[in-house]
Design a protein around this ligand. Structure first.
Ligand code: FNR
Length: 214
């Protein structure tokens, strides 16, 4: 343990802002795998994320088998078809054209779960808000996302899935809660603008829409 922090100067802060601006949800990947050990190093970085009561409730499952990946693809196809049914006219036509996953190209795929009652942390900080465990898992994913982008590696979050089917397909402990399915690899497209904005699905709104003062 050391008490003397590194010097985070203006140049660092400018680069950090670039990293945050260029972090993208990636759906288009090159198929070449990451060099050995790179993904494990990124997970070790994500493992330093803050967590309620220092409980580290995230559970990572590397999805490598063709059988498991096929089950996820089938799950997505079903969930995406049902999602499409929820739109009509032009929005449905646009939704049908969206690419919302990188399952066919991403060389690495990671399912992320939350342990809903980890011994670690002894319950600290979560009695009134047990959902802070899931919040902690999402925080670890955000750190993984930025750490990957800093290496020029893309990450795409896929949630258009039936969570129970994901748990069954990956044969995880029944109490684990599914949080995210992540496609990881080198992006074949880079942009400082979200894809949903580029294709005309949605635009970002000003922060003032979300900021209240009391
Ligand atoms: C919890 C959660 C869940 C999802 C997403 C994100 C998050 C945070 N996103 C990505 C999302 O569409 C993307 O973050 C926004 O469009 C903003 O784009 P950038 O991430 O800035 O590129 C996402 N993208 C996608 O193509 N399929 C999906 O199922 C999901 N699901």
């Amino acid at each position: 343990m050391t008490e003397t922090p590194p010097d985070f100067d203006d140049a660092f802060r400018a680069k950090l802002d670039d990293l945050i601006v260029w972090r993208r949800d990636v759906r288009h990947f090159r198929t070449d795998p990451l060099p050995d050990g790179v993904l494990e190093n990124l997970l070790a970085v994500a493992d330093k994320a803050p967590s309620v009561g220092l409980s580290q409730p995230w559970r990572f499952v590397l999805v490598d088998s063709a059988e498991a990946r096929a089950a996820i693809r089938e799950n997505f196809a079903q969930a995406n078809a049902e999602a499409l049914d929820g739109y009509d006219s032009e929005k449905a036509a646009l939704y049908a054209r969206l690419k919302l996953q990188g399952l066919d190209q991403a060389p690495h795929q990671l399912a992320v779960f939350c342990d809903p009652d980890p011994d670690q942390g002894s319950g600290l900080g979560r009695r009134t808000m047990p959902e802070t465990l899931d919040y902690s898992v999402v925080g670890a994913i955000q750190i993984l996302w930025l750490a990957a982008r800093a290496e020029g590696i893309g990450l795409g979050w896929l949630s258009i899935l039936d969570p129970e089917q994901v748990c069954a397909a990956l044969d995880v402990p029944p109490e684990w809660r599914f949080v995210a399915y992540l496609c990881i690899g080198y992006p074949s497209v880079d942009s400082d603008t979200p894809e949903l904005e580029r294709v005309g699905w949605e635009n970002r709104s000003p922060l003032s829409d979300r900021l209240l003062t009391r």
